[in-house]
Ligand binder design. Structure first.
Ligand SMILES: CCC(=O)SCCNC(=O)CCNC(=O)[C@H](O)C(C)(C)COP(=O)(O)OP(=O)(O)OC[C@H]1O[C@@H](n2cnc3c(N)ncnc32)[C@H](O)[C@@H]1OP(=O)(O)O
Length: 343
């Protein structure tokens, strides 16, 4: 098969004829999209995403050895898995040629990450091939691995085999509220219990570097069983810009671990997680995309059992192109919730 070196730094917005870069037909834009999408970036360029300036900006210590620091730490006080995966992919990508782009990664979270110390990333150059290049990355704290990750990079190649699922039909992000706006709405309800208020205010104080607009607003305190499926629009806070697909893949790796495992619990309103953590995470990158533009994250959980749950995610560009897919298993140990609804 003929190899074609393309410039993957090309603009996503430069796509024409309703095809993605690989020539895959994509859903035409809806009239709403045409009117709501502005050619002007949503963020001024001086408001750079903290994901780029800090979280994924690793410090080089030696050849193939990097140090990463933390930005947002979840309430569990263990490092966010997406941050570790994103940083591991940054470290891996630093040693591959300009023409190679991440196409997949496979990781195990073997120990909880400690938010009190930085993480070291040690890269092993497993193989350099003509069209595929593989890296192994160990994320280390206190002298022990917390994550082991294999990442594979591919030089773009043409193929007549091109298909993808169709993006679910959902309202555009402009018609939906952010999580913060939804919380403010809840907080304005009369007779809201004090502990519910405190819980919601804690959520507001989170400095998560991504913005989320749920397609179906979450029931913060009233719980009904739903199918194990959720959809939300997501983008990095701040400006990243087009042109650096390697970086956008690292941001997507960060984003992809967010809220995915929670899908497992949706059919069980009478149970709350007393311990949950992602055990492994795999991801495949399919097309070019911009993580500082709204993308639809479709999360499903096809299985749960034995205190574990499987969750799968699809990240869609808003023009209907499937940008990335991921899969993860997590440990989910639950307790029965007996107290009545707080609203
Ligand atoms: C958004 C999702 C995320 O970002 S999660 C963050 C990324 N993922 C991670 O940090 C996971 C990292 N990996 C790990 O921490 C370990 O591999 C884990 C999954 C904990 C290994 O589990 P395990 O071998 O059970 O660990 P452990 O013995 O240290 O126990 C941890 C806590 O679980 C408890 N535990 C243990 N076994 C049981 C059991 N059979 N039934 C009930 N509880 C059990 C332990 O007591 C311990 O609890 P505690 O932490 O002491 O409160």
């Amino acid at each position: 098969m003929a190899e074609k070196e393309e410039d993957p730094n090309h603009s996503v917005s430069g796509l024409t004829n309703n095809c993605n870069t690989a020539g895959v037909p994509v859903s035409p834009k809806s009239p709403e999209d045409e009117t709501s999408e502005s050619p002007v970036p949503q963020y001024a360029q001086d408001l750079k995403s903290v994901l780029v300036t800090s979280v994924l900006n690793l410090e080089k210590l030696d050849v193939d050895l990097y140090r990463g620091t933390h930005h947002w730490v979840p309430r569990t006080q263990r490092l966010f898995g997406g941050q570790i995966v994103g940083q591991a992919l940054v470290a891996a990508a630093k040693s591959v040629g300009d023409n190679f782009y991440a196409h997949s990664l496979h990781c195990y979270f073997v120990r909880a990450g400690d938010p009190k110390v930085p993480v070291l990333y040690q890269v092993e150059r497993t193989r350099d091939g003509r069209s595929f290049t593989v890296r192994s990355v160990k994320a280390i704290q206190h002298g022990q691995p917390i994550l082991i990750c294999q990442a594979s990079f591919h030089m773009q190649q043409e193929s007549p085999l091109q298909h993808q699922f169709t993006m679910p039909t959902v309202p555009p992000p402009e018609d939906l509220l952010t999580v913060e706006e939804l919380i403010h709405l809840y907080l304005s309800k009369p007779n809201l219990a004090e502990n519910a208020k405190q819980g919601l205010n804690k959520l507001l104080a989170n400095e998560v570097p991504i913005e989320i607009k749920p397609v179906n607003p979450p029931q913060f305190y009233r719980r009904d069983a739903t199918e194990p499926k959720k959809l939300f629009w997501v983008r990095a806070r701040g400006y990243i810009g087009e042109g650096n697909m390697k970086l956008h893949c690292c941001v997507a790796a960060y984003v992809s671990d967010f809220a995915l495992l929670g899908t497992v619990l949706l059919p069980y309103p009478n149970y709350r997680a007393k311990f949950s953590a992602s055990l492994d995470h795999a991801m495949w990158f399919h097309s070019t995309f911009r993580t500082d533009e709204w993308m639809l994250y479709e999360c499903v959980s096809p299985w749960a059992g034995g205190s574990r749950g499987l969750a799968q995610g699809r990240l869609w560009r808003r023009d209907g192109v499937l940008a990335a897919s991921c899969s993860q298993e997590g440990v989910v140990r639950v307790k029965l919730v007996t107290e009545p609804s707080k609203l």
